[in-house]
Design a protein. Structure first.
Length: 592
């Protein structure tokens, strides 16, 4: 294949693959051990047939004979260029990036990195795209030294370099202190002026900046709370609220109006609560925002819940299940009938767990229907319905309609009342698998909750197959967590007994949170789940039929080998994933 190597300048330092220049790409991959000769022949045949006109590297990736990185490494060796697997946006020169439009950079899949040796090093995903490189050379007015890098690494770096949202807050806040902005803020109170406002308007830049930074810092919610003299803006990160800025009071109306327009709400209505939805793209990610406004004594309080659609559908292993729990869950979600309940307070990750379970069993041979409030994550091949009380589309009425749709698996967002519970039970007894949630503190409490709603104990006993209680705990930052040797008293307080230590491999040390720039000085980065998985076996069924209290049911399940929330939390502490304080903060009622 014609590589066009002569058209490209070569960096002073030859790549690690020196000596391979001039060989064909497939030969280099075979020599390096990344490709089998038989797969190469298969790819060459495909290139002559159904993939005619495509480069051999593209064909190899399409056939999954090689990864993109392996092909790019070989291409860099062939062209005698440097290969770079990752790009640190902090080390890229922003003054160079400003001279290359972001849309062009993404389209051409390249990014100027730095000035070196009288030229400019440019990361490029396709070094054979000489037209793109020529245009950048004209824009920068300099000789280019191409560096080959994966497409995704370049795209992530482009988003990092061009997005200056973190530093933007301070600049916007400085502008908000100026006198001329006061007239702008008053003008923005009028709907027509706000709609016609230019993208450079300070209020629009402030809202965009808040959204950029929230996505960048992995915030799940943005709280805008008007107070007597100013406005408090806070992010919820890993379940903890943290204040980021306090804008002046006089922009309150303009700020809420801008957000309400984005969510399609009525900006003239300030006396009633409103709910809306905002769909935006930030740094290449699709973000769905649920918007809620509530009138308070000092003005409208705004809360935005952010859902990153590109990173929400996780596997059960990703959200913290242990191998032995995965085995039990696999047995539950592949049953043909029965009810599986997930319990826990609001924000404990119940819906994420249900989605992970459905994603695992989702296939063309299953008819899966869900009724939710609201539909949070679109899933291919799954019929998803959103409740709408205004037209009498409730969990109960939707569930009743589902039974006429020949379903195999049904997910109900929440069992809130007797009617929904009874229809779900009837569905499970007539050969359907039903997944749902209830609000209780532990797994055994879900059983007594159904009975308290008015469901007959014999119906609960015959339909329920498993209950999962869960909580979310923050994960220690890998960069700064510090080991220490715990005392026997600390181990006892954290619930770490001999059984937990044995399961965790008898670790000699635990870890504590410290704090560093990577975790915003909190000591934690990300969250994981702790689970209490109770199977409804014959012994538990007998207790349900006798209508005993939840403590008795829980004791029987523990005797049968169930790990409580505190036990699983203690196991994660012993593994060094979190701290005893985190586990105790969410399992205080579980001390036994």
């Amino acid at each position: 294949m014609d590589t066009g190597a002569t058209a490209l300048p070569t960096p002073p330092a030859a790549a690690a693959g020196a000596g391979l220049a001039g060989l064909r790409l497939g030969e280099i991959l075979v020599r390096s051990g990344d490709l089998d000769a038989a797969r190469l022949e298969e790819a060459l045949a495909a290139q002559r047939g159904e993939h005619a006109g495509q480069r051999i590297g593209e064909v190899l990736v399409r056939l999954k004979a090689c990864t993109e990185e392996q092909v790019l490494r070989a291409l860099a060796a062939q062209l005698d260029l440097e290969f770079q697997a990752t790009i640190d946006p902090e080390r890229c020169a922003p003054e160079l990036a400003k001279r290359v439009p972001i849309n062009f950079a993404k389209q051409a899949r390249l990014l100027p990195l730095e000035e070196a040796g009288g030229g400019v090093r440019v990361a490029v995903a396709d070094p054979l795209d000489t037209a793109g490189l020529d245009q950048v050379a004209l824009l920068l007015g300099a000789r280019l030294d191409p560096v080959v890098a994966p497409h995704q690494a370049i795209l992530d770096a482009i988003n990092g370099v061009y997005d200056r949202a973190v530093d933007e807050h301070e600049k916007i806040m400085e502008g908000l202190e100026s006198e001329d902005l006061e007239s702008v803020a008053h003008e923005l109170e009028e709907p027509t002026d706000l709609l016609e406002a230019d993208d450079e308007a300070p209020i629009i830049r402030l809202v965009n900046s808040l959204l950029f930074r929230a996505v960048k810092e992995r915030a799940s919610d943005i709280h805008i709370n008007p107070e007597e003299r100013d406005i408090s803006v806070r992010y919820r990160i890993d379940g903890v609220l943290r204040e980021v800025i306090r804008p002046p009071k006089r922009i309150q109306a303009a700020l809420s109006s801008r957000i309400k327009i984005m969510g399609g709400l009525n900006i003239a209505e300030k006396r009633l609560p409103q709910d809306g939805r905002i769909r935006i793209k930030i740094a290449g990610k699709d973000v769905d925002i649920r918007l809620s406004t509530v009138p308070t004594a000092h003005g409208e309080r705004v809360v935005m819940r952010l859902l990153d659609k590109s990173n929400v559908l996780l596997s059960l292993r990703d959200i913290g299940f242990e191998p032995w729990q995965l085995k039990i869950m696999d047995g539950l979600i592949t049953r043909s009938h029965g009810i599986i309940l997930v319990t826990g307070p609001t924000g404990s990750g119940k819906t994420t767990t249900l989605y992970a379970g459905i994603a695992k069993i989702n296939s063309p041979d299953l008819n899966i229907l869900t009724i939710e409030d609201p539909v949070e994550i679109p899933m291919r091949g799954v019929g998803q319905v959103q409740v709408n009380p205004k037209i009498d589309l409730t969990f109960a009425s939707g569930l009743r309609s589902f039974l006429r749709q020949d379903p195999d698996v049904i997910m109900v967002g929440e069992i809130r009342d007797l009617e929904t519970a009874e229809i779900a039970i009837q569905a499970s007894l007539t050969g359907h698998l039903v997944l749902s949630t209830v609000h209780t503190n532990d797994a055994a409490g879900a059983i007594t909750r159904l009975v308290d709603m008015g469901v007959q104990p014999f119906l609960v006993a015959s339909s329920l197959v498993g209950v999962l209680a869960q909580r979310l705990v923050r994960v220690l930052c890998r960069e700064c967590k510090r080991p220490y040797v715990p005392t026997a008293e600390e181990l006892a307080q954290a619930g770490i007994g001999e059984r937990v230590l044995a399961q965790a491999g008898n670790p000699k040390v635990l870890y504590k949170a410290v704090g560093c720039p990577a975790c915003q000085k909190t000591g934690y980065q990300g969250r994981t789940g702790i689970y209490e998985l109770m199977l409804v076996d014959d012994d538990v069924r007998q207790l349900i039929l006798r209508n005993v209290d939840s403590n008795t049911i829980k004791k029987a399940a523990v005797d049968a080998g169930m790990l409580t929330l505190m036990d699983h939390g203690a196991y994660k502490v012993a593994l060094g994933l979190t701290t005893a304080a985190e586990v105790l903060s969410v399992t205080a009622e579980d001390i036994h």
